[in-house]
Design a protein around this ligand. Structure first.
Ligand code: NAI
Ligand code: SOE
Length: 393
């Protein structure tokens, strides 16, 4: 096995930039056995692609992702395209014997996600899913503390992912179209908090007790395409159907008895990227809020009422063994959004180099379990009844 991992990326916009940054930073901060090489990038926007490749250091660029499947030099394919494209690309890359790291949600639909899980089962190569919030040191520490039994029996999981960018003035994009995205806030945001809740508790959701899915805004302006460098013409704008949920809320039970609530919204005025999780157990409680992402709050109930209380742990101490802290800066020199992706790239390199990741990585089988929970919540909302996960295969 070569100590180099040749990476190809598909998609060059939001996640394309985040992943390019991760792959280009990872060898500088982490001493992994295997090193990333930025080999090829593919995306639809041919006019911007050469500039993007040069800026981020990708050696080759193509507007046809199939070129990557044909390139025997590529070891790992990183999929950062809209959800509807995940399945076709992942299946082609697994067939071409590439490792695959796919963006979340695994797919827009359960059927696509199942096909991806099944293909990964048969493949010799490895799969990964970019549930990046697992790799915030505070979330990784939460997972470790629960696994060590510091919370004891878990009673409650309370998770919300609140944003407000999806108001009526936001134009139509793939994110609002069912055929491209699958769902709206649900697959986009609940996917993250369901993954985080499963990851931190190490437990599985077995029943959805009830759910509500709401589309508040049913049509949006179609953005007018304009030649590069010119303004789009003003005038009456055409509207298109916005047919995904803007918010989905649901209640659930975990196998070991904990009860849980999940809420995702793109219309939660006052919240920009409020991804938060609280877990309450018999011996203590934990809470995380991405808008203060370096901090894990821990309440150690075993201390007794005299000294127990919420403790604010700044998860930046390498001496304290905080996950990923040793790779970055001295204590309290905090990290940001992009570091979660670099931490994930490091763990992918570790796994593919025969080393242990800092904390477990989700693969297609794992992400399929999250997708089943999402599907069960949608069925529960549609049928106005509780759904056992065993009914969703
Ligand atoms: P975007 O719209 O900003 O970029 C999509 C890119 O995919 C564009 O470069 C486009 O040219 C390319 N593309 C689309 N269809 C393609 C095809 N058939 N072949 C090749 N390239 C194609 O989308 P964004 O926000 O980057 O989202 C991409 C994926 O990442 C989605 O699955 C989304 O859910 C996920 N995502 C995950 C985040 C996270 O926190 N982990 C954050 C944002 C997005
Ligand atoms: C938009 O809602 C978005 O970019 C999601 O797509 C991401 O997954 C989330 O992490 C941040 O918000």
């Amino acid at each position: 096995m070569s100590n180099l991992l040749h990476v190809a990326l598909i998609g060059q916009k939001f996640m394309g930039r985040a992943h390019s940054n991760a792959w280009s930073q990872v060898n500088k901060f982490f001493d992994t056995r295997r090193k990333a090489v930025l080999s090829m990038v593919a995306a639809r926007d041919g006019a911007e692609l050469a500039e993007f490749a040069a800026k981020w250091g990708w050696s080759k660029a193509t507007t046809d992702w199939r070129d990557i499947a044909l390139d025997s030099g590529v070891d790992l394919v990183d999929i950062a395209t809209p959800n509807d494209a995940h399945r076709e690309i992942a299946l082609a890359m697994l067939a071409a014997k590439k490792h695959v790291a796919c963006e979340k949600p695994l797919a827009g639909t359960l059927a696509d996600a199942r096909a991806m899980r099944d293909a990964a089962r048969k493949a010799k190569s490895k799969t990964f899913v970019w549930f990046n919030y697992r790799r915030c040191p505070a979330v990784a520490l939460a997972q470790q503390l629960v696994a060590e039994g510091r919370l004891g029996r878990i009673y409650h999981v309370r998770a919300t992912y609140l944003q407000s960018w999806g108001g009526p003035d936001t134009p139509l994009s793939w994110r609002f179209q069912k055929k491209l995205a699958g769902t709206g806030a649900h697959g986009d945001l609940n996917a993250h908090i369901v993954d985080m809740a499963r990851f931190v508790t190490g437990d599985e959701i077995v029943e959805i007790h009830g759910a509500v899915a709401r589309t508040f805004i049913t049509e949006r302006e179609i953005p007018q395409s304009s030649p590069r460098g010119t303004q789009a013409k003003k005038g009456p704008q055409k509207k298109g159907k916005s047919d995904v949920d803007d918010a989905v809320l649901f209640l659930a039970s975990f196998a070991q008895g904990a009860v849980a609530s999940f809420e995702a919204s793109r219309l939660a005025t006052g919240h920009l990227n409020g991804n938060s999780l609280e877990v309450n157990g018999e011996k203590g409680a934990l809470r995380f809020d991405f808008e203060d992402m370096n901090v894990l709050q821990f309440h150690d109930a075993t201390l007794g009422p005299r000294t127990a209380g919420w403790r604010r742990i700044l998860c930046t101490s390498s001496a304290g063994g905080h996950p990923y802290a040793a790779a970055w800066w001295p204590d309290a020199h905090v990290i940001g959004y992009e570091h979660g992706f670099t931490n994930m790239a490091a763990d992918i390199l570790r796994v593919l180099g025969g080393e242990k990741p800092a904390v477990p990585l989700p693969d297609f089988a794992d992400a399929y379990e999250t997708q089943r929970v999402l599907e069960a919540a949608l069925v529960s909302a549609r049928e106005r009844q509780s759904i056992r996960l065993s009914e969703v295969r």
